[in-house]
Write a protein that binds this ligand. Structure first.
Ligand code: IPM
Ligand code: MN
Length: 357
């Protein structure tokens, strides 16, 4: 029997609760589809700071590298908010993405039919279906550029740097074009090329990769401010969106809300190898941590992405996606509660999904 080794980074806040439910679902899928899973845990974020003084201990990097794939809950919380930037839990998250070379972040924004009413957008705007894939560059740009404090004209000042190299843009463009070929064959490259030099290089490079390697894919461009507007005006115009680290961070939060709740959105972070890191798009929600009310579905759907992109078990992935679509017809966590629908906690939601697999 095939056995997959998974490293769990449960993290902070609701992280441990949602990861526990996702593990339950993965185990159930393994049983059903005839493979085995073994787990190892490692520390990332606030829990790592408390235990070791650092948000990303070397041991965590080693354990992720040794695994077939990694599942992450969420990091951060008010307890660590006053630490200097490079010692915060978020620095651990950026650090693990960098250390594992996970340059491509896939954030699908889909509307599950039963959740249509939970979307803040009107029915006629959503249209028949919404299925957008945001491809966010994840290890470059302003989140990784040179930053610091200095003095300007006698005033304290601070700066961050947006920079991209051609190979960084080429490889993320290829990820987007490859994905588009398996979907509706359309890529929209989002930038701010009317202002930023880094965006002009981005656009030039995406255009060249398209021309040389993917002429069969339809490529369009959009400025990021317009894209933010178009996402709520006419989301169904989009198939794959490819964009920089910071723009992808912002646009994916916006797109997630269109789908009804940020508690539903999964993500995959991939590098050149097959393993990868899977995590919900939402954060650690410290206000509801430990109350068994969090929505575990984004993490459960992240496991489905792991099965598809890293473990090569597409049937098992599909079984999870189908179970999630079904469970939404019978039960809801607080964030997506609806009249006449059973309200359940995190654990019960996990149990219900398992029961539908
Ligand atoms: C995300 C988060 C992170 C990011 C933070 C916590 C560093 O917002 O995964 O979108 O900006 O990438
Ligand atoms: Mn974010």
């Amino acid at each position: 029997m095939k056995e997959y080794k998974i490293t769990l980074l449960k993290g902070d806040g609701i992280g441990p609760e949602i990861v526990d439910q996702a593990v339950k679902v993965l185990n159930k899928t393994a049983e059903k589809f005839g493979f085995a899973v073994s787990y190892d845990e490692a520390l990332l974020g606030g829990c790592a700071i408390d235990a070791t003084g650092m948000p990303l201990p070397q041991e965590t990097i080693d354990k992720c590298k040794a695994a077939d794939s990694t599942l992450l809950g969420a990091v951060g919380g008010p307890k660590w908010d006053n630490l200097p930037g490079n010692q915060r839990p978020e620095a651990g998250l950026l650090g693990i993405r960098g250390a594992l070379g996970l340059f491509a972040n896939l954030r699908p924004a889909v509307i599950f039919e039963p959740l249509r009413a939970a979307s803040p957008l009107k029915d006629e705007i959503i249209g028949g279906a919404m299925d957008i894939m945001i491809v966010r560059e994840l290890t470059g740009g302003i989140y990784f550029g040179e930053r610091g404090r200095k003095e300007v004209n006698g005033h304290p000042a601070a700066f961050d740097t947006e920079m991209y190299t051609v190979p960084e843009i080429e490889r993320i463009a290829r990820v987007a074009f490859d994905l588009a070929r398996k979907r509706s064959n359309r890529v929209c490259s989002v930038d701010k090329a009317n202002v930023l030099e880094s965006s002009r290089l981005w656009r030039e490079t995406v255009t060249r990769v398209h021309k040389e390697e993917y002429p069969d894919v339809e490529l369009t461009y959009m400025y990021v401010d317009n894209c933010a507007m178009q996402l709520v005006r006419n989301p169904k115009q989009f198939d794959v969106i490819v964009t920089s680290n910071i723009f992808g961070d912002i646009l994916s939060d916006e797109a997630s809300m269109i789908s009804g709740s940020i508690g539903m959105l999964a993500s995959a972070s991939l590098g050149s190898g097959k393993s990868g890191l899977y995590e919900p798009v939402h954060g650690s929600a410290p206000d509801i941590a430990g109350t068994d009310t969090a929505n575990p579905l984004a993490t459960i759907l992240s496991v489905a992405m792991m099965l598809k992109y890293s473990l090569g078990e597409p049937d098992a992935a599909k079984a999870i996606e189908d179970a999630v679509a079904k469970v939404l017809e019978i039960a809801r966590t607080a964030d997506i509660a609806a009249d006449g629908m059973k309200k359940v906690g995190c654990r019960e939601m996990g149990d219900l999904v398992c029961g539908l697999i």
